[in-house]
Design a protein. Structure first.
Length: 361
């Protein structure tokens, strides 16, 4: 077990924001949660699966919804509770199970969603696992290695910031659970806290991607060190993640819409530096899903299409503006996503693009 310092936590969240591929929640909100926890005297402890007993129970707390709040909040006028969504969902599940969790795990790598799991664990005095079921940010609940291994998503708790909570003790499928959670998010200013996949350590041991928090810390540390030394942050992160640089350009258009609890959008860049006269386009569903170089498909999920602005910072997709300059690079997908079952769940065809996945490396 390792007690994480503030620097380690900041590196982890910056790495998670990079692996968030434009989604995963606001990095600033995630850092605020960490600062809040530290100011409250909380400790953040990281453990491996091997350090926990087989009969220990693990929960997966996170936020679900669009990347932006609704213009008209359907719960305006109701007071918000002081605890974040993930904590409220975790407490609801413990009441249902009538037992405490032995630890928590992020649902994905993302600047805010990973912090939700970290803060939940710290508030409730439990460790966070150095693992997750995605290895990046993903838009839908069935985009999980739990799904690939048949680990049930239910029972699942859902809670909003206004004191409303629900337990789903059975669901027809992970996709149906996705529909329910999204519907509740739409009714709750586009965001709810969720806790799903409560399971024993023995059951999840072979069903998750190990070492992902350490991986995120490596990316974040590479970013920090490059910025401190004046070297190229994108180059440093790409090398740390064994990825490939794709494009450097200036945004000429950035359009999005919120629909059915998701944020859909397209970012188009005009080439700079080594890419003059070329164009790069990225389509996202919360997270970056597919990209085109001069009209030809270039990179697709499950590989990670990542962006850093000219200051070396990752940004959430809907906040990308025309005129900004970015370097686009790709990091390789976790191996579980590149299997036949993984691609069926989270490959380009699962998003309606009739193209074969080709690994970037």
């Amino acid at each position: 077990m390792r007690e994480l310092t503030k620097q380690a936590l900041y590196d982890i969240l910056h790495g998670c924001a990079i692996a968030g591929t434009g989604g995963g929640g606001m990095l600033s909100e995630g850092l605020s949660l960490i600062d809040r926890g530290l100011a409250e005297g909380r400790t953040f402890k990281l453990v491996s699966l091997d350090e926990l007993p087989d009969d220990g129970i693990i929960g997966v707390p996170y936020c679900c919804g669009a990347l932006t709040a609704q213009m008209e909040n359907p719960l305006a006028g109701y007071p918000e509770l002081p605890e974040p969504h993930g904590v409220l969902a975790a407490r609801a599940m413990e009441r249902y199970l009538r037992r405490e969790f032995d630890g928590f795990m992020p649902t994905e790598l993302g600047g805010e969603n990973t912090a939700q799991a970290f803060y939940t664990a710290a508030v409730m005095g439990r460790p966070i696992l150095d693992a997750d079921p995605a290895g990046r940010s993903v838009p839908e609940l069935q985009h999980s290695t739990f799904y690939l291994h048949g680990i049930p998503i239910a029972p699942m708790s859902v809670a909003d910031a206004y004191g409303n909570s629900a337990i789903f003790d059975g669901v027809a499928s992970d996709k149906r659970a996705e529909h329910w959670a999204r519907a509740l998010a739409v009714a709750s200013n586009n965001v709810v806290g969720v806790l799903d996949h409560p399971a024993s350590v023995a059951d999840i041991r072979g069903a998750v991607i190990k070492g992902t928090i350490s991986y995120a810390e490596k990316l974040g540390a590479a970013l920090r060190q490059a910025k401190a030394s004046g070297s190229d942050p994108a180059e440093a992160v790409t090398a740390a993640g064994r990825g490939r640089r794709l494009f450097t350009g200036q945004v000429i258009s950035s359009e999005f819409e919120d629909r059915d609890g998701f944020t859909f959008g397209t970012i188009v860049l005009s080439g700079l530096g080594d890419n003059p006269g070329h164009e790069y386009k990225i389509w996202y569903k919360n997270e970056n899903i597919i990209s085109w170089l001069d009209g030809e498909i270039h990179v697709t999920v499950p590989d990670l299409i990542c962006m850093l602005d000219e200051s070396g910072e990752p940004q959430i997709n809907p906040f990308v503006k025309a005129g900004q300059k970015f370097t686009v690079f790709a990091l390789p997908a976790p191996a579980q996503w590149t299997t036949e079952r993984g691609l069926d769940c989270f490959g380009p065809r699962s998003f309606g693009f009739d193209v074969d996945y080709k690994p970037i490396v």
